[in-house]
Design a protein around this ligand. Structure first.
Ligand SMILES: [Zn+2]
Length: 457
């Protein structure tokens, strides 16, 4: 009796061993961590995985939830640490399901459109599952206001500033400063914000930040946003690394002709882009032109755009010579996807090599970043001073217009610290809404250094 019982126990132990092995093989994938980024129009969740997974996404209502089912996975990351403020997500929870599967549930506070995709293992990054939650309540574009501004003949020259990388993509990494390594995405965002505040403080100019926080924007979206904002210039800011840590110096890039040519083809292939192109090729309507002529027109626009890009790039490079060591003395050309706008002159400024310890140190200093931004803007101003866009305030003044007439009453108020819109309205005896209208303000938020046109009371 005792012998057979021992035998039985042995069989059970063996079986359990087999089961354990089966489980170990099938539940191979671990969610090592979960990260979150909030962008102006969506929230991105990134699941860092030990291996590629199969997953399913679906929404449930009453209460509103987004469910992410991941096959053969376990949760190793801490969901409670995610900063959910200002997102559509109220809470995140997870639980095992069907034995080895994992279910992640997001409780939602507002409507979203979810999208998900896998990112393959790349460099030092493991496989990742990316879930984007696009906000449904998109702010209305201010196109009408911009058109009104255009017609007034005193419009601002719009500079779109694109801080490279962001969010999931840190860009190039510099040497360690303090606890962690200097990251290109942080350095270029700081420079971009500095540049934007200089531009906004200058009458006749306005800056639009393509990226204003730590999140990623696809390259094509960056240049499309610049076109939507009716930018007169697109400036992409970078601080890349090179294999050789001794490599140093700033450089300015414009698109290479070859890149432009292939992009023409791409633009023509994309039927939905035609509407954008019509606005871009001057007043010429492309609707009734055949494909060949359309190609020629877009090509002409691209050639003109490239010419302007090279001119403004040359001004910026020469101006930067006073604060930074230059990598090359002339504007270089390459097929950067972010520069491939058919109608917005675009340059890419490499502010320095973050891989060079000396330059990394400089790029990490706000003093240097300010000087660098000043030099970049000086170059931009020189360019637009010599060829101001038609209808702009700069063109108006250059052509002998009285700067005082540029605002509707000739009065202007420069915002200083502590100013509020209501206090300014009281001071000049006008209403808040007339102030907003005269300055195309969408809200009551104003910034120090901003110039407001004071309408007639
Ligand atoms: Zn870069």
């Amino acid at each position: 009796m005792g012998g057979s019982r021992r035998m039985m126990r042995l069989v059970i132990v063996c079986l359990m061993g087999v089961l354990a092995v089966v489980q170990a093989v099938s539940a191979a994938t671990n969610v090592d961590s979960v990260r979150l980024w909030r962008a102006p129009d969506h929230t991105r969740l990134v699941f860092d995985l030990s291996d590629a997974v199969e997953h399913k996404l679906f929404t449930l209502s009453n209460p509103s939830r987004l469910v992410i089912d991941i096959k053969n996975a376990t949760m190793g990351g801490a969901l409670s640490k995610l900063d959910l403020s200002n997102t559509a997500i109220k809470t995140v929870r997870s639980a095992p399901r069907n034995g080895g599967d994992l279910r992640v549930v997001l409780d939602l506070s507002s409507a979203i459109s979810p999208k998900s995709f896998m990112l393959k293992k790349h460099g030092d990054k493991n496989d990742r599952l990316v879930v984007d939650l696009f906000d449904r309540t998109k702010p209305i574009e201010k196109t009408v206001q911009q058109v009104v501004q255009l017609e007034s003949g005193r419009r601002d020259i719009v500079i779109a500033i694109d801080a490279g990388h962001g969010g999931e993509d840190p860009g190039a990494l510099g040497p360690k400063t303090g606890k962690r390594r200097l990251r290109e995405k942080d350095v270029v965002l700081a420079i971009s914000k500095q540049l934007a505040s200089l531009i906004n403080a200058e009458k006749g100019y306005r800056a639009e930040l393509i990226r204003s926080g730590d999140y990623y924007i696809p390259l094509r979206k960056r240049r499309d946003t610049a076109r939507e904002k009716r930018a007169d210039l697109f400036v992409s800011i970078h601080a890349d690394a090179f294999k050789n840590p001794k490599a140093r110096g700033a450089s300015v890039f414009a698109l290479s002709r070859r890149g432009a040519t292939s992009e023409t083809a791409r633009f023509l292939a994309k039927k939905e882009n035609e509407a954008d192109l019509i606005g871009g090729v001057g007043s010429v309507s492309l609707d009734d032109k055949d494909a060949v002529l359309r190609g020629v027109l877009v090509d002409l626009s691209m050639t003109a755009t490239l010419g302007s890009s090279l001119q403004v790039g040359d001004n910026v490079l020469k101006s930067m010579d006073s604060v930074a060591r230059l990598h090359k003395k002339q504007v270089e050309q390459a097929g950067f996807a972010v520069l491939k706008s058919p109608d917005v002159p675009s340059i890419l400024v490499e502010t320095g090599f973050i891989s060079n310890p000396d330059e990394a140190k400089k790029l990490n200093s706000s003093y240097y970043r300010k000087n660098l931004s000043k030099a970049i803007f000086k170059g931009i101003k020189q360019h637009f001073q010599s060829v101001p866009p038609a209808g702009s305030y700069i063109a108006f003044v250059k052509n002998g217009g009285d700067p005082k007439l540029a605002s509707s009453s000739g009065r202007e108020h420069v915002i200083s610290r502590g100013d509020t819109l209501s206090a300014i309205a009281r001071k000049y005896g006008v209403t808040i809404s007339s102030l907003q209208k005269a300055n195309s303000l969408k809200s009551s938020s104003i910034r120090v250094g901003q110039r407001l046109n004071i309408p007639r009371s």
